[in-house]
Design a protein around this ligand. Structure first.
Ligand SMILES: NC(=O)c1ccc[n+]([C@@H]2O[C@H](COP(=O)([O-])OP(=O)(O)OC[C@H]3O[C@@H](n4cnc5c(N)ncnc54)[C@H](OP(=O)(O)O)[C@@H]3O)[C@@H](O)[C@H]2O)c1
Length: 372
């Protein structure tokens, strides 16, 4: 084959997903949208939780939607919950409402829940949050990277750190948070990093040399920004999962919550929002949409499942479907070569040394370019 042909083929691939892969991805998205309720008919709602008094959990983005339900239900099961949110006032108001209802129900002691500030649009804020948390020298059992954004139909916007906002909120900031909290996660004998991902990652395509979508090879759309950020999240976690030795006891999971009625649709035109909310049979309530998060955070089989993936030398982290079943992420998400490149690029963008994980596992201090 001539070198010209090779270049042409590569360019085509770098331009994005082929039509066939894209249509296959779309069929997965539609299947989730229209058949999720049938597929999850075996699940109870609310998801039954055992007593969780032994767990400390951080839930990011817990002021609305899936995150708020997740935080409330974990706290009602006895866990110590930290709501990591950018709008701390909204967080405090929610806690007040939940405490009032909880004490009126006479079910037990007040909920053990608190608020800490975390704005994922600022990597400085992520470092500040992690430093404050690690300074407690307490074990962290579950980190739920739930916060996310989908500015549907919006123009391309950048954070003050210079990164495309979907990329930063949905991938870079949670990646930095997961790594910086490793010392606290290691302190718990068994812990979990749970990433609320999306079936829409099937429509994503990541060019590791253009994570920020500025090279102009592909025109920006909010769907492209969102789907690519969710795909990058799976790829990054594939490598994180491999890098964490079994002895750390840390499980890494990505999951799909399903298609859920939340504030995620707030940027849609009114008419489409009305159509969306007129589909209650198909769309989950937040209580239904948080089941795969609660399952991933608490089910006893998760550590064994992750261990099995590791000992079988599988190179992808666990992926849990909206109906709480282990499943495979998209074919593109399982591309090991691209996953490694996404890892390296991500580490560079979040300002950490390439051997940050190894250093943190050894108990060494790691300098981040942010938060100084
Ligand atoms: N709803 C769905 O159908 C669906 C489907 C697949 C995946 N997901 C994923 O599920 C997760 C939860 O979303 P949701 O549907 O529950 O949406 P939501 O109701 O809009 O909740 C998103 C949460 O993330 C927080 N957040 C957004 N930007 C943030 C930032 N810069 N820093 C800190 N927190 C920030 C929001 O805080 P504010 O209240 O301050 O904005 C809010 O608490 C997201 O990762 C989303 O991608 C949702």
């Amino acid at each position: 084959m001539s070198s010209e042909k090779v270049t042409l083929k590569k360019t085509k691939k770098m331009d994005g997903l082929g039509w066939i892969e894209w249509l296959r991805g779309l069929s997965n998205v539609l299947q989730e949208m229209f058949f999720q309720r049938v597929m999850a008919s075996h699940l109870h709602n609310p998801f039954p939780l055992p007593p969780l008094n032994h767990l400390t959990c951080i839930v990011t983005g817990s002021t609305s939607g899936i995150g708020s339900e997740t935080a409330r239900q974990l706290a009602e099961a006895g866990a110590h919950v930290v709501m990591a949110v950018r709008n701390t006032r909204a967080g405090h108001e929610l806690i007040q409402q939940w405490q009032t209802k909880w004490s009126a129900s006479g079910k037990g002691l007040p909920l053990n829940i608190q608020v800490m500030e975390l704005d994922l649009l600022s990597l400085d804020s992520v470092v500040r949050f992690s430093n404050a948390w690690n300074a407690r020298l307490a074990p962290l059992h579950v980190l739920i990277n739930n916060a996310g954004m989908f500015a549907m139909g919006g123009a391309q916007r950048f954070s003050k750190d210079g990164y495309e906002q979907h990329l930063q909120v949905n991938h870079l900031a949670p990646a930095l948070l997961s790594l910086l909290l490793l010392p606290s996660l290691i302190r718990a004998s068994q812990s979990r990093i749970i990433n609320v991902n999306s079936v829409i990652h099937y429509l994503g395509f990541v060019d590791p040399n253009d994570l920020n979508l500025v090279a102009g090879k592909r025109k920006f759309s909010s769907l492209r920004g969102y789907s690519s950020s969710k795909l990058a999240q799976v790829m990054f976690n594939n490598v994180l999962f491999k890098k964490l030795p079994l002895e750390t006891g840390i499980s890494v999971v990505c999951l799909s919550p399903g298609v859920v009625q939340t504030n995620v649709t707030r940027d849609l035109p009114r008419l489409i929002q009305d159509i969306y909310s007129a589909l209650p049979y198909f769309i989950y309530s937040p209580q239904e949409g948080c089941r795969s998060s609660l399952f991933s955070a608490t089910a006893s089989q998760i550590p064994n499942y992750c261990e099995k993936l590791k000992t079988n030398h599988k190179s992808v982290c666990a992926y849990i479907s909206q109906n709480c079943q282990p499943t495979n992420p998209s074919e593109e998400a399982r591309n090991i070569e691209t996953s490694n490149k996404v890892w390296e690029k991500t580490i560079e963008l979040i300002g950490l040394p390439l051997d940050a994980v190894e250093m943190l596992i050894e108990g060494e201090e790691v300098q981040c370019r942010y938060g100084i």
